[in-house]
Design a protein around this ligand. Structure first.
Ligand code: ZN
Length: 501
């Protein structure tokens, strides 16, 4: 075989590797030239974050990586620097910057890559203030009274001067408290007012707690008042239970009750006693019980009212001359010596009245007995005798008292009986109190009246001298006709006219 001969000058054995290297180098340069490096920076989370003041900021951060499209197709992480921060304790808008850098160093030069991202953090206050009401469990407001503040506190998560902006006012539903903080967050609370009234009304009875009603006289309610701390005058709301049967003797209870609008009640009781006559006067002594004894034979009781007088001694002389006894219904008008002489000489010293003024003594039971006590005291002081024999001024049957006090004679006569006192009217009138002033006529009136009576009680007045002058003839006539002249005593036969008032 023919061997192709290669010219020696054309033989270049190193050329192939060089060409290969050149091609490779060119290929590498091409790749480098075509490659693009990228630095990517990505924020985690949103670009704007709104946070409540005071809260914690957990920065979601950002991530960065470096890569190329032909070389380094695998991403390589790059650290991210964070610049700026949000002050979570102060309101405001803050910028947080994230920066990533990458530097490529080739000895002959450097390549820098840098990316930044910014995030805005808003620190805001959306929390309304807090109003805390203090309450006293025992506190209450009386109806009609102003509410007394139990206290409150106002706090805000951010605004330290929030309390200065509190407004407080009262409406129908309660006390309003309203406040807004510097960021305009509003809180309003309402405190209902607890109206309460633990205090019962005051119920006051007018008149006496124990009231005496004389049988037959209609009970007159003296009245009452009721006042409540909250409701004011609630007299109209008082109810009365119980009834008084003023025709029937007995004790009756009237119960008065009133309740305020909070259910507090007050009550009072009045006892009404229906009795035949008022309470006996406790300032007068009771007399001993008596027994009436009919006197033997024919008896004349001469009685002289309204003395003593300047003529009484003369009368006593005449009585002494005939050893006759009489009865003197005296008035408190002095003549103490005469009073003593009446008693000393064995006559009956009895009570007529202190003053003879009807309008004063018959105005009430109390007035009557006060007046009677006056003459009783005079007799007791002058003679040591307790007088319990009485003649009513005007007699029991007087009608002059009608216009002064209805029914008083009926009641007084019952009261004297209850006290064991004796009162005497008369069955023979001398007519010496106005009808006549002539001793002869008086004498005839008297003996005319006595005639036919076993027991005569004769009314005369020793303030009338003409009546006194008639006495001697009356004594003579009586003795001649078999009468005995006696003084009244507690056992004397009754002579009581039925009251006409
Ligand atoms: Zn009289």
């Amino acid at each position: 075989m023919e061997e192709e001969k290669i010219p020696a000058g054309r033989r270049k054995p190193w050329l192939v590797p060089v060409i290969v290297a050149a091609v490779l180098l060119a290929a590498a340069a091409f790749v480098w030239w075509q490659n693009e490096f990228t630095l990517d920076l990505t924020m985690e989370g949103p670009q704007e974050i709104t946070l409540e003041v005071g809260s914690a900021f957990d920065d979601p951060g950002a991530r960065a990586c470096f890569s190329g499209n032909l070389l380094m197709w695998k991403e390589r992480p790059v650290p991210v620097e964070v610049e700026g921060q949000a002050d979570l304790n102060r309101l405001g808008s803050y910028t947080v910057n994230y920066r990533a850098r990458k530097e490529l160093n080739y000895g002959f030069g450097k390549l820098f890559f840098e990316k930044t991202e910014a995030r805005t953090v808003h620190v805001v206050d959306t929390t309304p203030p807090v109003i805390t009401l203090h309450t006293n469990p025992e506190a209450f407001t009386l109806p009609g009274q102003a509410y007394v503040e139990e206290g409150f506190t106002v706090t805000d998560n951010y605004d330290s001067e929030v309390a200065d902006r509190l407004a407080r006012w009262v409406e129908a539903d309660g006390v309003h408290y309203k406040v807004s903080d510097a960021s305009g967050n509003v809180t309003e609370v309402v405190r209902p007012i607890v109206y309460n009234d633990p205090i019962a009304p005051e119920l006051t009875l007018l008149g006496k707690e124990t009231t005496i009603v004389v049988q037959g006289n209609e009970y007159q309610e003296p009245g009452f008042t009721a006042v409540d701390n909250g409701d004011g005058d609630i007299t109209e709301a008082v109810t009365v239970s119980g009834q008084v049967d003023y025709l029937t003797l007995g004790e009756y209870a009237l119960t008065y009750t009133v309740t305020d609008s909070f259910g507090n009640s007050a009550s009072a009781t009045r006892t009404v006693i229906v009795r035949e006559y008022p309470e006996l006067p406790d300032f007068m002594p009771m007399a001993e019980p008596y027994t009436i004894v009919q006197p033997e034979g024919k008896v004349i009781y001469l009685t002289f009212d309204d003395g003593p007088s300047p003529f009484t001694d003369q009368l006593l002389d005449v009585l002494a001359k005939y050893d006759a006894k009489a009865t003197f219904f005296v008035v408190d008008r002095g003549y103490e010596d005469t009073l003593r002489r009446i008693a000393d000489e064995g006559h009956t010293l009895a009570m007529h009245c202190g003053t003879h003024t009807y309008r004063e003594i018959y105005v009430s039971e109390e007035a009557y007995f006060n007046d009677l006590k006056r003459i009783q005291d005079v007799i007791l002081e002058e003679t040591g005798q307790l007088a319990t024999i009485v003649r009513f001024p005007g007699g029991t049957g007087n009608t002059v008292s009608c216009g002064i006090n209805s029914g008083i004679m009926t009641r007084l006569s019952k009261m004297l009986h209850a006290m064991n006192y004796r009162y005497f009217d008369w069955n023979v009138s001398s007519g010496d109190a106005g009808e006549t002033n002539d001793p002869t006529e008086i004498y005839h009136n008297v003996i005319g009246g006595i005639t036919g009576k076993q027991v005569a009680i004769v009314l005369q007045h020793d303030i009338n001298p003409n009546s006194v002058r008639a006495v001697e003839d009356i004594l003579k006539w009586g003795l001649k006709n078999g009468y005995t002249f006696l003084g009244l005593d507690t056992s004397s036969p009754a002579c009581e006219v039925k009251p006409r008032n």
